[in-house]
Design a protein around this ligand. Structure first.
Ligand SMILES: Cc1cc2nc3c(=O)[nH]c(=O)nc-3n(C[C@H](O)[C@H](O)[C@H](O)COP(=O)(O)O)c2cc1C
Length: 374
C-alpha cells in the first residue's frame, strides 16, 4: 500500500479508485417547490449526522436540477431504496428528466407536499438546517422531522460502480417445525444464528411433523424440522438432533417411586396426551396397538406446559421429551421417570426440497445447524 503524498491528478484518480471500494446504500432525494413541481435525484452521499437532534447530511451537486428547489424550499425526503427498486436509479440520475422521473415507482405526497416513495425501506422527511458549499457540491444538513419505516432489511447497494444486494448478509427464511424440535433445540440454535446474521429475517411456524413435510414439499416453507417418522420421499433429509421420551407423573402417583418403567406398565393409568397427529401421540398409539392394549388418553392439549400442569394436578400421566420434562420438573410438582423402550429414543431431522434450491440465507442456516448438531 502506498500512502505517500502524490500529485493532485494522481490523488483524484486514486480517490476514485478508493471510493469504488466504499459500498453505500442508494437513496432518492425528493422535494417539491411551493407550486408543487417535484424534483428527485439518485444519491449515495447520505449519512446520519446525530441522534440529538435527529439529523442527517446529504451532498448535492450545484449542477443537479434538484439543487435550487431543494435549498429554496428548505425541506426534502430521503427515500432509502430496496433491492427491488433498481429501476429508479437510472431514471433519477439523468435518464429521465423533470417530473417524468416520478412515473417510475409509486410516489405519494406527504401533508407538506413532499413526494415520498411508497415501498422504500424508509422515508426520512427533513427540514434544512444549514447548507455548506464545498467545491462542486453543497453539504445540506437536514433535521429529521418524520420517518416511515418498512419491515424487512434489503438495502440496494452501490459499490465498485455497480448496483448489488447484500445477499450474503440479508434474506428471509421460512421455517416450519414440530413442537419437540422447536422447544428443545431451536431456541439456542436460532439465537446463535441470528447473532451471527442479524439482518436475516426468520419466520417460524409450529406444525405437526406430517404437516411440516407437506408444507415444505408445497414450497410454503424453505426448511422443516420433523421427528423422524413421516415419509419424506420427495425431500432431502438432514440428520439434526436426538432426544428421548420420558414419563411425567404427579409427585404422589404410584409410579413416582420408580426410576424407569416399561410402557406396558403404564397402561393401567389415565394419560394426558398431546393433540391428534403429533409424533408422540402416534408413537404411543402404535406401541399400545403392538401390545394389543388400549391407551387411555383422558385429555389432549397442544403444549408441554399445559400437559405438565394437567399432570401436576393429578389428572393423568404424560409423555414428553426429557429436556422439557426436566425443565417442568424444576418448576412444578411432577416427577420424571425414564421410559425403558427403544422407541423412546427419537431422531430429529431437517427437511428441505434441495440444498441448491435454497436462497443464500437458507443455505447459511443449514450450514450453521449442521455445524452445531451432534
Ligand atoms: C448511484 C448514484 C449515486 C449518486 N449519488 C449522488 C450524490 O450523492 N450527490 C449528487 O449530487 N449526485 C449523485 N449522483 C448523480 C445524480 O443522481 C445525477 O447527477 C443527477 O440526478 C442528475 O441531475 P439532473 O437532475 O440535473 O439530471 C449519483 C448517481 C448515481 C447513479
Amino acid at each position: 500500500m502506498n500512502s505517500q503524498p502524490a500529485e493532485t491528478g494522481q490523488v483524484t484518480a486514486e480517490f476514485k479508485r478508493a471510493m469504488r471500494r466504499l459500498a453505500s446504500t442508494v437513496t432518492i432525494i425528493s422535494t417539491a417547490d411551493v407550486y408543487g413541481h417535484r424534483y428527485g435525484m439518485t444519491a449515495t452521499a447520505v449519512n446520519s449526522l446525530s441522534m440529538d437532534p435527529p439529523s442527517l447530511l446529504i451532498c448535492v451537486n450545484h449542477s443537479a436540477s434538484i439543487h435550487a428547489p431543494l435549498t429554496g424550499r428548505g425541506r426534502f425526503c430521503v427515500n432509502v431504496l430496496t433491492t427491488e427498486q433498481e429501476d429508479l436509479v437510472d431514471a433519477f440520475s439523468g435518464k429521465v428528466k423533470g417530473d417524468a422521473r416520478f412515473q417510475v415507482g409509486e410516489w405519494h405526497n406527504e401533508d407538506s407536499g413532499m413526494p415520498y416513495l411508497e415501498g422504500a425501506q424508509s422515508n426520512l422527511f427533513c427540514d434544512i438546517d444549514s447548507v455548506i458549499p464545498f467545491g462542486t457540491h453543497s453539504v445540506v444538513i437536514g433535521r429529521v422531522t418524520a420517518v416511515r419505516v418498512e419491515e424487512g432489511i434489503r438495502p440496494l447497494i452501490f459499490a465498485n460502480g455497480k448496483l448489488g444486494a447484500t445477499g450474503s448478509l440479508t434474506g428471509h427464511v421460512r421455517i416450519a417445525s414440530n413442537l419437540s424440535t422447536l422447544t428443545q433445540f431451536l431456541p439456542s440454535d436460532l439465537e446463535s444464528f441470528l447473532k451471527k446474521h442479524p439482518l436475516i429475517d426468520v419466520h417460524l411456524d409450529e406444525k405437526i411433523s406430517t404437516a411440516v413435510v407437506t408444507a415444505v414439499e408445497e414450497n410454503a416453507y424453505d426448511l422443516g424440522f420433523v421427528v423422524e417418522g413421516p415419509k419424506t420421499n420427495r425431500l432431502e433429509t438432514i440428520p439434526y438432533r436426538d432426544d428421548r421420551l420420558v414419563l411425567a407423573v404427579p409427585a404422589a402417583h404410584p409410579l413416582a417411586c420408580k426410576t424407569s418403567v416399561k410402557f406396558a406398565g403404564t397402561l393401567d393409568y389415565d394419560y394426558v396426551g398431546l393433540h391428534t397427529g403429533s409424533q408422540i401421540n402416534l408413537q404411543i398409539q402404535r406401541a399400545a396397538a403392538e401390545l394389543d392394549q388400549a391407551w387411555r388418553c383422558r385429555m389432549q392439549v397442544h403444549t408441554y406446559d399445559a400437559l405438565s400442569a394437567m399432570v401436576q394436578a393429578g389428572l393423568g400421566i404424560g409423555m414428553i421429551p426429557l429436556r422439557m420434562a426436566e425443565l417442568y420438573a424444576k418448576a412444578m410438582n411432577i416427577k420424571v421417570i425414564e421410559l425403558d423402550e427403544t422407541w423412546a429414543h427419537r431422531r430429529h431431522a431437517i427437511v428441505i426440497r434441495s440444498y441448491e434450491s435454497l436462497q443464500t440465507a437458507g443455505k447459511r442456516l443449514i450450514d450453521h445447524l449442521s455445524r452445531g448438531s451432534h
